[in-house]
Design a protein around this ligand. Sequence first.
Ligand SMILES: Cc1cc2nc3c(=O)[nH]c(=O)nc-3n(C[C@H](O)[C@H](O)[C@H](O)COP(=O)(O)O)c2cc1C
Length: 325
Amino acid sequence: MMLHIEPKDVSVPEFHKLLLGGVAPRPIALVSTLSEDGKPNLSPFSFFNAFGVNPPIIAFSAARRGKDGSLKDTYNNLMQTKECVVQAVTYSMVEQISLASSEYPSDVDEFFKSGLTPIESDKVKPPRVKQSPFQMECILKDMISYGEGGGSANLAICEVVKLHVKKDIIKDGIIEPDLIDLVARMSANYYCRANGDSVFVVEKPGTSLGVGFDNIPEFIKISEIYSANDLAKFAGISKIPSSKEAFELKKNIEDERLKINLPLVETFFEYQVLNNYKHMLKLALTILQKDKKETKYLELTAKNALQNNDKKFAWKSALMVDQFK
Ligand SMILES: Cc1cc2nc3c(=O)[nH]c(=O)nc-3n(C[C@H](O)[C@H](O)[C@H](O)COP(=O)(O)O)c2cc1C
């Protein structure tokens, strides 16, 4: 069952809770600013993203305070001085940035309260945060405000005029997720850490067009082995191998199959753990020689090939199912 909600029908805090549960995980901007008279301020904002690179534009929203609709120090400072430094937040500093989000009075420097270290910037006056491996010196281009009540947005659109990145987190020109170890904000007090098993690769479709779901044969679509993600990988191939090609692979493997003398099903699953889908196919075909109904082993082989991004092999294995009907 779906809930269908118009903002006008629920309270602002209720809508806030739901909205931020779905618009997540959000990157966190740790923003440092200076007041007109030079007092530093440091606060985290997860209404934040990058919107272009030429010129590099980022934006975040220092919304009006929920309790009384008042404006936050970051907003006031930006309106006065038009400068800020925005840094990425890593796992090693997440408790400190949470501390910096406390509503200290305007004259309190959150650098001292959070224990984070200010270092001089090159192009703007607000200091950078030493502990962050990714720091962007920014100039305010526009401030767009929507509403005057608690929680209303003040979208600070900024141009990045200088970027500082820790060299050690870059490999082959790419910032390695495990090395930067970013955190993001989710609903309520939930955060997530973008490293390890949470980070995975989705290959770009590239320039060649995939055949699409509509070209996947029905017997593949209705299989209980394949997930929607598996089907999308099948659909991403630009040319489906022919049944003849699938037959040829089957025949080649069958010639090798005769040499196998092992506990078949157990060995099949051992190869699955090793992601050795080529050996899985040998065993699947040997199992099928004994029982033609066991086509699920071909499907499991195809699924494993898909997981290892060998779409051609996956398609050929999947098409073989048809030859056992
Ligand atoms: C992880 C995190 C993300 C936050 N994101 C936002 C946000 O996007 N917008 C906002 O107005 N407040 C956000 N807050 C709350 C502000 O950090 C908090 O109101 C802060 O005290 C504002 O400080 P200032 O008045 O010194 O600018 C966030 C707090 C945390 C801990």
